[in-house]
Design a protein around this ligand. Structure first.
Ligand SMILES: [Zn+2]
Length: 109
């Protein structure tokens, strides 16, 4: 009897621990997501500014299908600093995709 109670208590503590850990993990995921999105947003903004200023040049053509309409900038990585963005463009990690290809690509990742 006493053993049963002990086991019950053990499970209660364990699940409470699990719940606590899980809650923390979930909170971290949300935080990480927010941070990741923030970086993406900042990177997109910085890229647009550099493009406007002429610091970077992107071929105004969809890298996948060659269409020249509904172009959107696609980022494989999300650098924020100017030099890193320039490097990413040079390495072909930032380029234009048309809306359709961009959507397809996003579905894959
Ligand atoms: Zn395309």
């Amino acid at each position: 009897m006493g053993e049963d109670l002990g086991l019950k208590e053990y499970h209660r503590v364990k699940s409470a621990e699990w719940y606590k850990q899980n809650k923390n993990r979930q909170r971290e995921n949300v935080k990480r997501d927010y941070y990741k999105n923030k970086i993406k947003w900042q990177s997109r903004k910085a890229t647009r500014i550099l493009l406007k200023k002429g610091s970077i040049k992107l071929y105004k053509i969809c890298k996948h299908c060659g269409r020249k309409i509904y172009l959107q900038i696609h980022h494989e990585i999300y650098p924020i600093k100017k030099q890193e963005i320039i490097q990413a463009v040079n390495e072909g990690k930032i380029y234009f995709l048309c809306k359709k290809c961009h959507y397809e690509k996003r579905k894959v990742f």
